[in-house]
Ligand binder design. Structure first.
Ligand code: GLN
Length: 559
């Protein structure tokens, strides 16, 4: 047993719910975790949700989005897994940096401490890693002053990479048996040829979890179809879990239905009972209103064929033979929230900008879309295809919304084709170009020259001021905004006057006026040609859609 004198024991009241995956990844552990948070918060408990990622990267910032999906940026600037975005969207608020940890973060901290003689000459081993994880579970709870911490453990039971996180949770259960609950999110396949729902993989996953000394109190059984009574009984018997604690979670159209479905099974009440918390009623009115808007939009689409077509033109869609839209999950959700608000459904298409480079004539296919979005990105690949996309949107007056790189490339397109500076570029691509209209920020250059890439961009929430009488101002309805950033390059101050004289307006700027935050063309020139240096998608929430996405879709609808 580690020495726990120094660790902050949770108060009698503080509770932990650990969500662990069984069988395979990608079956909705993150959505289960988010939904549990939503339900418990609607009961008036103060919740915080935590994600732990087994990889050794200290944060997600240095990873290509084709590896683990989108890099989500928090207000604090921490670059995290996309699940943090789901939690914020479901809880309708921003989370804290203490709500996220990776193995890399933990190992780095422990090793750095050892190097600084922080352990007073002791032998440091895996137990210290486990104890540091326990400390972080507890400090996330403390920082948030929450009643219940819901922790999603990344990976699947049986992975060796996440063992330490489960081990730390086991220790917490040992110390506080009444305050810790384990949920396994498992999968029940229905193999085509057999045509029957199989429970064996779930049984094996539970056995694996038991071998760590951890017993699942609940099993969320994901499957294509609802889990029937017979199979529930079978799992209950073989996994030693009460049958009522087996929650059937069949595939559904919208992830936002999940909290409501769980509530039908009274998962919230069962969890609070298990945690010896007093019974409280659930109040999910806001959430239900949102879900009914989603339904209305779908019904309208079926009835009147009323939907809009938006192309997201990006460069991180390659994943073998499959399209991988996870790289832009916040963008996709942001579009949908604003569309639901306006009662329409969106048909999204993922277009790979590299295809426009291979076959330049295919750019004309863009005429089939009501709106075009170019989201964030890095580096050379597919860039000329993106610039062609933006040119097509500008010339053909198709509503265009550029996010971060999508704004920088919009500026490049404009000066190349309107000002005639054909060599205009960003120093990210061609530092030798004569007109570097997008250039590296001086402090960023020093970092790159020293090979300092991790967590070193302009990251997190910064204020900006929006000029009156602009499209951006109309959308926000105010001048002062705060938005999340993740970039190294900026509109070059040297060219701002010339660009504005040529008609492209910088309608949002940093409070000192030096950094260009929003670029737009006036409404009489183009219905919506607007780009943001920041990432508005990170603040778009189901119950609070982002005003710029809403304005973009309003324009498409002619509102
Ligand atoms: N690559 C660009 C930069 O670093 C844009 C980054 C982004 O789109 N997030 O400034």
């Amino acid at each position: 047993m580690p020495n726990n004198k120094k660790t902050n024991k949770p108060t009698d009241k503080h509770k932990y719910i650990f969500v662990i995956g069984g069988v395979m990844s990608g079956v909705g552990k993150g959505i289960t975790t988010s939904s549990i948070g939503t339900i418990l918060e609607s009961k008036g408990y103060k919740i915080n949700i935590m994600k732990v990622d087994p990889y050794l990267n200290v944060d997600a910032g240095t990873m290509n989005p084709t590896e683990h999906g989108e890099v989500f940026v928090m207000d604090s600037g921490l670059e995290t897994d996309q699940d943090m975005g789901n939690y914020e969207r479901f809880l309708n608020r921003s989370l804290k940096k203490e709500d996220y940890m990776t193995s890399g973060m933990v190992y780095k901290y422990v090793i750095d401490k050892e190097r600084a003689l922080g352990f007073g000459g002791k032998c440091i081993d895996a137990d210290n890693i486990r104890d540091e994880i326990v400390t972080r579970y507890e400090s996330s709870a403390k920082t948030n002053k929450s009643d219940i911490t819901v922790v999603e453990i990344g990976g699947t039971v049986g992975d060796y990479q996440n063992i330490m996180f489960i081990e730390a949770a086991r220790v917490m259960k040992l110390r506080h048996p009444k305050d810790v609950v384990f949920i396994m999110v498992s999968y029940m396949p229905i193999p085509n040829k057999i045509g029957e729902m199989k429970s064996k993989p779930t049984q094996n996953a539970i056995r694996q979890l038991n071998s760590y000394g951890v017993h699942a109190d609940f099993i969320v059984a994901r499957s294509e179809l609802p889990v029937d009574k017979k199979r529930k009984e079978k799992i209950a018997f073989s996994c030693n879990v009460p049958v009522e604690n087996i929650i059937s979670a069949p595939d559904i159209d919208s992830i936002y239905d999940v909290p409501i479905n769980f509530e039908k099974d009274q998962l919230g009440e069962m969890l609070t009972r298990e945690l010896s918390l007093p019974h409280r009623k659930t109040n999910m009115k806001g959430w239900r209103d949102f879900v009914s808007k989603v339904k209305t939009a779908s019904e309208n689409a079926e009835k009147d064929k009323k939907y809009i077509k938006i192309a997201v033109v990006g460069k991180y869609f390659d994943s073998g033979d499959f399209v991988f839209s996870d790289a832009y999950v916040s963008v996709i959700e942001a579009i949908k929230f604003s569309a639901y608000k306006l009662g329409v459904k969106v048909k999204l298409s993922w277009l790979n900008s590299k295809d426009f480079e291979k076959d330049p004539k295919s750019i004309k296919d863009l005429k089939h879309y009501d709106g075009i979005i170019v989201p964030g990105g890095f580096g050379n690949n597919g860039i000329e295809g993106l610039i062609k996309t933006i040119e097509y949107a500008r010339v053909n007056k198709i509503p265009y919304f550029g996010l971060c790189y999508g704004m920088q490339l919009m500026v490049i397109e404009y000066v190349r084709n309107v000002l005639g500076w054909k060599d205009a570029n960003t120093s990210e691509i061609n530092p030798n170009s004569e007109h570097l209209v997008i250039d590296i920020m001086p402090d960023q250059k020093i970092k790159l020259d020293n090979g300092h890439y991790g967590a070193s961009m302009r990251l997190g929430s910064y204020p900006a001021v929006v000029g009156k009488g602009t499209i951006a101002h109309k959308a926000y309805g105010k001048s002062e905004i705060n938005e999340r950033h993740r970039h190294r390059y900026e509109v070059n101050p040297m060219y701002i006057d010339e660009i504005q004289k040529a008609g492209l307006l910088f309608s949002g700027k940093s409070p000192n006026g030096k950094l260009m935050e929003i670029a737009e063309l006036p409404k009489n020139v183009h219905p919506f040609f607007l780009g943001t240096q920041f990432h508005p998608e990170f603040l778009a929430r189901p119950l609070d859609p982002h005003p710029l996405f809403t304005e973009f879709i309003k324009t498409i609808l002619g509102l």
